[in-house]
Design a protein around this ligand. Structure first.
Ligand code: GAP
Length: 509
């Protein structure tokens, strides 16, 4: 059954996963807030990534555990760092403006549907966002008086002299799109009381640079030796021109990045190693492997730091709004020695690595970078978990892996009666020492099961009249809806066992 993104967005708001930022003021384009359950889900994904990278990093190709240390660097750095990294000069997208609607679009996100082989007033090209659905295209063509189109062409491939025949995505008249102009994506601010050019600073557009800036500090202060990695999770900011698809492309988001420093001769081995590790990570947190694929970047889409070397390959996920196609979830780039060399040149500080065995040998390490979106990962988890089931009252449940589920269990007194509530509260107080659990008292039991299904709670424990007699409770399994009775004093052990089994399956994935 196809899933409608509108229903996912509505559930996220209704149940407290994700809200529009500044909702009471009508929101602000490209910014989102994580609600009580969203922040738990995000933290769970964040912690699993940190564990997989920093706490228990994998065993390397030679059979010994790889070394990765953590970092939490400033969002604002010396602006010279962004000049060196190429972001001040180059971190821009070609943009086209529409003179009719005053809207601005990323050139590479538009496609043109040409009405005929010859372009002209009666044979215009009609521009759409690249991910526009065919039925929406048909609707708009009809509105503009056309039945069908002859061919679709990315706007990047249209010569600028033919822009005069194009009707912009929200326009009525042809010829209103301007020539593409570069637009820098970094947010600017000023450090200190004077808003002068000298005080200009940038909000980081990637967490990665904080790692390169601290490469020497980490080497000098810890025992790591090449090859090793530095991992960081944190906010990044990009003044995206068209924030789209819920939290998929926003202006403030979180990244989980790891820079792997290795000898230039070993890049292929490490690139292949990290490909495998990262794909396994995403399946281990519950993404179905047939919803994931690798895609090697074409030469024309490579970032400035990945133009030489092995390039970049993305791990892509089949989001409902890209299906049957896929959208980027994580990029794994060979950044060569671009960043360390650039920072060495701009700062004047030597960043070459001295081989500890043969100190006459020096080299600039190369970098393999698995760079994932934490916010985008949360979206993938929600989309994957969203399961339509007309048989149950909620009509839908979130099939989160128990390790990711915001609440592991809910404790439900059957009624708000005096006998049920104290027993439920006792069980709740016991379980919450070990697991994130919910005590849910209000409304009829059906409605409460529906609520727990919609937030993806794997187990519900219900206290009823029998509990008073024989000290047993009903356990309801979220996925199967099957119920069984277990002894109340075995509930913690039951939940512990279930979580352990689920985690073993996750690790084996
Ligand atoms: N350090 C390399 C780097 O930043 P990237 O492909 O631009 O590479 C890495 O970003 C990941 O960050 C992406 O795969 C995506 O998951 C996430 N990401 C990038 N831009 C984003 C945006 N505007 N909104 C949400 N997530 C974004």
């Amino acid at each position: 059954m196809t899933v409608d993104m509108k229903d996912i967005v509505a559930l996220c708001k209704r149940r407290g996963f994700i809200f529009p930022a500044s909702d009471i003021y009508g929101g602000i384009n490209g910014f989102w807030d994580f609600g009580p359950l969203g922040v738990e889900l995000k933290n769970n994904l964040r912690d699993l990534w940190w564990k997989a990278m920093v706490i228990t990093p994998p065993i390397g190709p030679d059979g010994t555990p790889v070394e990765i240390v953590g970092l939490d660097s400033s969002i604002i750095q010396n602006p010279k760092a962004w000049v060196a990294s190429g972001h001040v000069g180059g971190f821009s997208d070609p943009m086209v403006d529409c003179r009719e609607t005053k809207k601005r679009y990323r050139q590479d996100h538009l496609v043109v549907c040409w009405i005929g082989g010859q372009h002209g007033k009666d044979m215009p090209g009609i521009a759409f966002h690249e991910d526009e659905e065919e039925q929406e295209i048909e609707k708009r063509l009809k509105k503009l008086g056309y039945k069908e189109y002859y061919k679709k062409q990315p706007l990047t491939e249209v010569p600028v002299e033919n822009y005069m025949y194009i009707i912009g995505p929200d326009a009525k008249e042809p010829g209103t799109l301007t020539e593409p102009k570069a637009f820098n994506l970094m947010f600017e601010s000023h450090a200190g009381p004077i808003q002068s050019e000298e005080n200009k600073v940038y909000l980081r557009p990637e967490t990665a640079q904080g790692i390169f800036l601290n490469y020497k500090n980490v080497l000098d202060s810890s025992r790591v030796r090449v090859p090793f990695g530095v991992a960081q999770i944190g906010k990044a900011f990009r003044n995206e021109v068209n924030p789209r698809n819920f939290i998929f492309r926003s202006r403030e988001f979180e990244q989980m990045e790891m820079e792997w420093f290795c000898h230039p001769d070993e890049v292929k081995m490490w690139r292949d190693f990290w490909f495998e590790q990262r794909k396994n990570f995403w399946t281990s947190v519950g993404l179905r492997s047939d919803n994931i694929r690798f895609r090697q970047h074409g030469q024309d889409e490579l970032s400035h730091y990945a133009k030489a070397g092995l390039g970049t390959a993305d791990i892509e996920y089949r989001f409902p709004f890209t299906a049957p196609d896929f959208g980027e979830l994580e990029g794994i780039a060979h950044r060569c020695d671009f960043d360390l060399t650039a920072h060495q040149e701009h700062s004047g500080v030597k960043l070459e690595y001295m081989d500890p065995v043969d100190t006459s040998k020096r080299f600039m390490p190369h970098v393999i970078e698995p760079a994932a979106g934490l916010s985008r990962g949360v979206l993938a988890l929600i989309c994957e978990a969203y399961t339509i089931d007309k048989e149950r009252p909620s009509g839908v449940y979130l099939n989160f892996h128990p390790a990711l589920a915001p609440k592991k269990a809910a404790i439900l007194p059957l009624t708000a009666k005096e006998e049920h509530v104290p027993l439920a509260t006792k069980l709740y107080l016991e379980l919450r020492e070990e697991f994130p659990v919910d005590l849910d008292i209000k409304q009829n039991i059906g409605k409460r099961y529906a609520r727990q299904d919609e937030v993806g709670t794997p187990y519900c424990f219900t206290i009823d009249n029998d509990t008073i007699q024989d000290k047993t409770v009903t356990v309801r399994d979220r996925n199967t809806m099957k119920q069984e009775r277990i002894s109340m004093d075995k509930v913690a052990a039951y939940l512990r066992e279930k979580m352990k089994t689920a985690d073993a399956v996750r690790k084996a994935a």
